[in-house]
Write a protein that binds this ligand. Structure first.
Ligand code: 13P
Length: 334
C-alpha cells in the first residue's frame, strides 16, 4: 500500500463525525502523579492493569476512534496475552503513539519551553508501526505570562511540530500536531485568544514550509478559555472565541480538530465541546476531542487500584466517552 493511501485510511478511521480520541499516553512521571493522587503505587504492572481495563471496556469503540499510547504500553499484553494495541484494534479503535520525549527550557527565550525527541524519530516510528501504531502525537507547550510566548518561542516550537509531522507523514503515520497553550495563570480569555491565534498561525506557517499535507494530519489545540485563576467563561463564550480564532488561523483542509482538556473539569470540557458543536455550521473541520484527564479522572478515582472496582470504573469511563460523543453532535445536556 502506498504511504498516501495508508495515511488516508487512518484519517478515515479516526474522523467519522461521531467519535473522538482517548489520550492514555501519560509518561511514567505523569502517570505516577495521577496514581499517587488516588493512592495507587506506580509500576509497569499497575499501568498495565489500569490501561488494559480502560481499553477492554465493552462498547468503547462506539465513542472512541483512536487511543494514544505511551511507548511502554505498546509492548504490554492483557491477562490473556493479547498485546494492548490489539485489544484496542479489536474494538475498532486505532492505536497511536506519543513520540515526543518531554520538554525543557528553550535557551534564549526565558519562560518558554521546547520539546525533545526528533533524533532517530524515523527509526522509532518504524518500530512503533510494527507494534501496531498508525498515528502519532507530539506536544509543544506554551506558558502564558506577561512576556511569553516570545517570538523565538513561537517560531522554535512551530518548527519542531512541523519537522515531526513531516517525518511522520514520510513513513505513513498520521501526525497529531499538539500546540498546548497552558491554562495556568491569571490571563483573560482575550489574552488566551490572542496567544492561541499567534500559536496556530505560526504552526501552520511552519507546516506549510515543511510540506506537511494538511489533509493527512489532525490538530490538537487548547480551547480558548480564561487562565485557571481568572474564573470561568460560559461555554457559549468559549465556543465563540475558540471558533473565531480557529477560523482565522486553521486552513479548512485540516479534517479534524481534536481538543485537549488541559485541566478543565470533565464536565466543563464536555460542555465546551458541546457548545462548539452547536455552532459547527461555521466550522469546516470536525470538532472532536482527544482528552486525557477529562475522560479518565472519574474512572481513575473510581478504580483506585482495586480489582473489585473494575466494573464501576469501566461504567463511569464509558459514560464520559458517551457524553463527549453526544457533545460532538451538540446533544449533551449537563
Ligand atoms: P489533557 O486532556 O489531560 O489535557 O491531555 C491531553 C494530552 O494528550 C496532553 O498531551
Amino acid at each position: 500500500m502506498s504511504v498516501t493511501q495508508e495515511l488516508q485510511d487512518t484519517i478515515n478511521d479516526l474522523v467519522d463525525g461521531r467519535r473522538g480520541i482517548l489520550a492514555a499516553d501519560e509518561s511514567s512521571g505523569t502517570i505516577s502523579k495521577r496514581f499517587a493522587a488516588v493512592g495507587v503505587e506506580s509500576s509497569e504492572e499497575s499501568h498495565r492493569d489500569y490501561r488494559s481495563l480502560l481499553l477492554s471496556t465493552a462498547g468503547l469503540g462506539e465513542f472512541i476512534a483512536g487511543v494514544i499510547l505511551f511507548e511502554e504500553t505498546l509492548g504490554q499484553t492483557d491477562d490473556r496475552g493479547s498485546p494492548l494495541p490489539d485489544v484496542a484494534s479489536a474494538q475498532g479503535i486505532v492505536p497511536g503513539i506519543k513520540v515526543d520525549k518531554g520538554k525543557g527550557p528553550l535557551p534564549g527565550a526565558p519562560g518558554d519551553l521546547i520539546t525533545y525527541g526528533l533524533d532517530g524519530l524515523t527509526e522509532r516510528l518504524d518500530g512503533y508501526k510494527q507494534q501496531g501504531a498508525r498515528f502519532a502525537k507530539w506536544r509543544e507547550v506554551y506558558p502564558i505570562t506577561g512576556h511569553n510566548p516570545t517570538p523565538l518561542g513561537l517560531t522554535a516550537n512551530a518548527e519542531m511540530l512541523a519537522r515531526y509531522a513531516a517525518v511522520c507523514q514520510a513513513v505513513g503515520v498520521v501526525p497529531i500536531v499538539e500546540p498546548e497553550v497552558l491554562i495556568d495563570g491569571e490571563h483573560s480569555i482575550e489574552r488566551s485568544a490572542a496567544v492561541n491565534e499567534q500559536v496556530w498561525q505560526s504552526v501552520f506557517d511552519a507546516l506549510h514550509r515543511h510540506g506537511v499535507v494538511l489533509e493527512k494530519m489532525l490538530l490538537k489545540p487548547s480551547m480558548v478559555t480564561p487562565g485557571k485563576v481568572s474564573g470561568k467563561a460560559a461555554p457559549e463564550q468559549v465556543a465563540e472565541m475558540t471558533l473565531q480564532v480557529l477560523r482565522r488561523a486553521v486552513p479548512a483542509a485540516v479534517p479534524s480538530i481534536n481538543f485537549l482538556s488541559g485541566g478543565q473539569t470533565p464536565e466543563e470540557a464536555t460542555a465546551n465541546l458541546n457548545a462548539l458543536n452547536v455552532i459547527r455550521d461555521r466550522a469546516p473541520w470536525q470538532l472532536s476531542f482527544s482528552f486525557a484527564r477529562a475522560l479518565q479522572e472519574p474512572a481513575l478515582s473510581t478504580w483506585r487500584g482495586k480489582a473489585e472496582n473494575s466494573a464501576a470504573t469501566q461504567a463511569i469511563f464509558l459514560k464520559r466517552a458517551r457524553l463527549n460523543h453526544l457533545a460532538m453532535q451538540g446533544q449533551y445536556r449537563a
